[in-house]
Design a protein around this ligand. Structure first.
Ligand SMILES: NC(=O)c1ccc[n+]([C@@H]2O[C@H](COP(=O)([O-])OP(=O)(O)OC[C@H]3O[C@@H](n4cnc5c(N)ncnc54)[C@H](OP(=O)(O)O)[C@@H]3O)[C@@H](O)[C@H]2O)c1
Length: 244
């Protein structure tokens, strides 16, 4: 497998660092489109793309012409999902994406889904969420918190809505409140609380550094390397769990 790291910002540099620790072959690292288009692509090349949302369509069209498999870490292109899927399937390349490649976050989400199915039978437990991130983060709540919130909605039948702002009224029974705190250098913390008048059960994920994203992206590259098709990180995790 020949890794091609596209985008050499915060994430690209972390991917490079983790790939070197794992003694993986890095064929090239590029940080702009001109350098990308002048690359050679040996067989068994795989791209790991952590660039910018407005570059995603241009880059994917290029990967399709080169018939190279792709791990897409760049976020913010969900509005183009169907277009991207069509390009990938027509070019018959392998493509995997995740809004969060950290393995722990994806396993955490699976655990939350299971917990929600349990608490669905015990309406005396209410559920709410807290998330905390560093002071530079531009969005709130985080995409990961929204995804976990949707997982809760899908599995707890009397919960119908996510409440994303701090309310100036009581919470309705069919709402799940997600509160977001911002400050300092916190990489990312997500907590789901199931609370009754008798006790409280809290499930929590805390990211320690960016290497979790890189480890998940590299594991996904190894998984999708010999595949064709359009995948999310859940397809990879489900396959691992199937062989358990
Ligand atoms: N899926 C996940 O797990 C995960 C985790 C963390 C971050 N992300 C996402 O990953 C993306 C990158 O994050 P980051 O923190 O690494 O951003 P960053 O530090 O801004 O790095 C992006 C780099 O890509 C370069 N670039 C832009 N267009 C390019 C192109 N067409 N070809 C090659 N390189 C190009 C940029 O160069 P210039 O600065 O010169 O434009 C920049 O150096 C963002 O969308 C972020 O939300 C995803």
């Amino acid at each position: 497998m020949h890794l091609i790291i596209v985008g050499h910002g915060k994430m690209g540099k972390t991917i490079e660092h983790v790939a070197k620790l794992k003694n993986l072959n890095i064929h090239a690292i590029v940080d702009n489109y001109a350098d990308l288009t002048s690359l050679t692509f040996p067989t068994q090349s795989i791209v790991i793309d952590f660039t910018q949302p407005d570059q995603v369509l241009t880059n994917i069209n290029f990967y399709a012409t080169k018939k190279v498999n792709v791990v897409m870490g760049t976020t913010g292109w969900q509005q183009h999902l169907e277009t991207v899927k069509k390009i990938v399937l027509e070019a018959q390349i392998g493509f995997i994406y995740a809004s969060n490649f950290a393995l722990g976050v994806n396993l955490f989400t699976k655990i939350i889904a299971e917990a929600a199915r349990v608490f669905n039978n015990f309406p005396e437990y209410d559920v709410f969420m807290r998330e905390t991130h560093h002071k530079h983060k531009k969005d709130a709540p985080s995409g990961t918190a929204l995804n976990i919130g949707k997982t809760l909605l899908a599995n707890i039948k009397w919960k119908k809505h996510l409440l994303l702002n701090n309310p100036d009224r009581a919470i309705h029974d069919d709402e799940i409140h997600i509160s977001a705190a911002r400050g300092g250098t916190v990489i990312g913390e997500h907590e789901v609380i199931f609370d009754s008048s008798a006790d409280s059960i809290s499930l929590q994920h805390q990211a320690k550094d960016r290497s979790g994203f890189a480890l998940g992206a590299i594991a996904s590259a190894q998984w999708v390397n010999a595949k064709k098709g359009f995948f999310t990180i859940n397809d990879y995790i489900d396959e691992v769990l199937k062989h358990d």
